[in-house]
Design a protein around this ligand. Structure first.
Ligand SMILES: Cc1cc2nc3c(=O)[nH]c(=O)nc-3n(C[C@H](O)[C@H](O)[C@H](O)COP(=O)(O)O)c2cc1C
Length: 146
């Protein structure tokens, strides 16, 4: 069975609703899912999974969440080496620039970002939820699983 870790941060609920939708869809597939809001996560448990999913809105000035995600990248970035990673999130006005920076940072740490990030403006739409559902299914069936 596939082991997947999903962590997220959300200020006003947009990223959270995406995380909840992914959780629901992944649980419908036959996977072991570790799901946590980032401030409450157990880091070893998260990194113990073969597939890692992370969600953050654009914060600060085109940054990921500064309180938890930036320190995670700075202190534990090397733990992403060789891991499959899928990212999601939402932004207000920057066109998703923060996500490009995050992707490059993770690639620099040796992560595999084969699954294209889902990043949307503002509140996620039904179309976004459909896209996330499709990603969840693809991730659950990725490689030797299923
Ligand atoms: C303090 C703060 C900083 C933000 N910085 C950016 C930014 O740099 N670029 C951007 O596109 N949106 C920015 N936003 C907008 C949020 O990314 C956007 O509202 C997002 O949908 C919030 O997601 P959430 O509901 O998961 O917190 C910022 C919002 C706040 C409150």
């Amino acid at each position: 069975m596939k082991n997947i870790g999903l962590i997220y941060w959300s200020g006003t609920g947009n990223t959270e609703s995406m995380a909840m939708h992914l959780k629901e869809k992944l649980e419908e597939c036959d996977v072991n899912l570790y799901f946590s809001e980032i401030s409450e996560m157990d880091e070893d448990t998260f990194f113990g999974n073969e597939f890692l999913i992370m969600g953050s809105p654009a914060c600060g000035t085109e940054q990921i969440n500064e309180d938890y995600f930036e320190p995670l990248m700075e202190d534990s970035g090397d733990k992403f080496e060789g891991k499959n990673v899928f990212l999601f999130g939402t932004y207000g006005w920057g066109g998703g620039e923060y996500m490009e920076t995050w992707i490059e940072d993770l690639k620099g740490h040796g992560a595999n970002l084969e699954f294209e990030a889902v990043v949307v403006e503002g509140e996620p739409s039904d179309e976004t939820f459909e896209e996330l559902a499709a990603k969840a299914e693809q991730i659950a069936n990725f490689e030797d699983c299923g």
